[in-house]
Design a protein around this ligand. Structure first.
Ligand SMILES: O=C(O)C(=O)Cc1ccccc1
Length: 379
């Protein structure tokens, strides 16, 4: 009898996870084999169980069959019950992020969903695509930092992709200076890290007189120094990265500003239902016609209703960055066309928020609600 029983994920070998499956970094999603795309949370290459191979060619008794059946069936996924859902709401949630295990983005994902499985991705865009392709349930991506400002790439990707903002996470990263075991701080000639982590640790790095080398993510820097045995190089990364990649912590809390906070967005395929029983925030993006006072008018729709704005960001419209205006008096002028991103403190379930957006829609040339989500008030 040919019973196909075990579905095996074959995503590489770098990181085990609580489900027993093995994940590698998500990359080259455009070339991923079709059978990587999860439908209903289950996919992968199917293999025949070892019991099946053992029995190949043998005649089986009814008892053998029923024993084999009961073993095989027990390995199949069980239907969820209400008890499963209420006991461990975060179990099995897969969160994609850019970077390697031990990065601050992974820490933010674990802060929002302590029991989640994290899905490391090469690029921000891969983290978006991982959710779109059902390889992950949600993505956690940095959007702004209190000292470094906005992460423009993610503003642009929010518009290009169709995911919804369903939450925010504020993280105050604890930057540590790491090096190979036995290496002292005075022996370091250079320090590798994400530019934000290097900029935030300026005082200590200047004192050490080391060269700074920018890399894409802090945990990637830790892995690079550890795997290449670089004794002249330090890393600014998390304590968890030190543990994962076998580095020593030479100094803890090396950030110049202890109030440094990075804000991350949680993205999902579906929006959440806005509520009014706790503090919600709404994020929108819109464009305006040119003309005197149009941005003033757009902001007034919120001020008139006492709605507090927490963020405003403008990005050039990539498809039509320049508008040429011919004026018989002043000649030809070139203007940039902008997208405006605004976060405001109100839930879309509140009439004042609905009225404000109705009002804005009267003169905005484009308007999209990126998400309405509970505010992170943990810091
Ligand atoms: O490189 C990382 O670990 C990241 O997740 C990006 C980052 C870097 C510094 C502060 C917050 C996020």
């Amino acid at each position: 009898m040919a019973l196909k029983s075990a579905a095996v994920f074959s995503w590489g070998d770098s990181r085990s996870n609580p489900s027993g499956f093995v994940f590698n970094r998500v990359k080259n999603l455009n070339t991923a084999p079709r059978n990587w795309v999860c439908v209903g949370g289950f996919s992968g290459h199917e293999t025949i169980s070892s019991a099946e191979n053992e029995n190949a060619g043998k005649s089986t008794t009814e008892t053998d069959v029923s024993r084999k059946l009961s073993r095989d069936l027990s390995s199949l996924p069980k239907p969820l019950s209400v008890a499963d859902l209420s006991a461990a709401p975060n179990d099995g949630v897969r969160i994609s992020f850019k970077g390697l295990p031990g990065s601050y983005s992974e820490e933010a994902a674990l802060k929002a969903y302590p029991k989640c499985e994290t899905v490391p991705c090469d690029e921000f865009e891969d983290a978006f695509k991982a959710v779109e392709l059902w390889l992950a349930d949600k993505a956690v991506l940095p959007i702004e930092n209190s000292s470094g400002g906005s992460i423009h790439r993610n503003y642009d990707l929010l518009l290009r992709h169709r995911l919804h903002i369903v939450g925010e996470v504020q993280l105050a990263p604890n930057f540590c200076l790491l090096a190979l075991p036995g290496v002292r701080a005075e022996q370091l000639k250079r320090v590798l890290s994400h530019p934000q982590a290097l900029a935030s640790s300026d005082v200590l790095l200047s004192k050490l007189g080391v060269a700074r080398e920018n890399v894409d993510d802090t945990a990637g820097a830790a892995q690079y120094v550890a795997s290449n045995g670089l004794r002249d190089a330090g890393v600014v990364a998390s304590a968890r990265a030190a543990e994962i990649y076998g580095l020593n912590i030479l100094a803890d809390r090396i950030q110049d500003d202890t109030d440094n906070v990075t804000r991350f967005l949680v993205l999902a395929r579906d929006p959440i239902i806005p509520r009014t029983d706790k503090s919600f925030k709404t994020s929108i993006v819109f464009t305006l016609d040119e003309g005197p006072g149009v941005l003033f008018k757009a902001l007034a729709v919120f001020a008139l209703r006492e709605i507090n704005l927490t963020k405003i960001e403008s990005r050039p419209q990539k498809k039509k960055p320049l508008r040429v205006v011919d004026d018989s008096n002043t000649g030809t002028a070139k203007y940039f066309d902008y997208l405006f991103y605004i976060d405001f403190e109100a839930s879309m379930a509140e009439p004042r928020a609905q009225n404000a957006l109705g009002h804005l829609q009267e003169f905005a040339t484009f308007l999209r609600v990126l998400g309405c989500y509970p505010m992170d008030t943990t810091l």
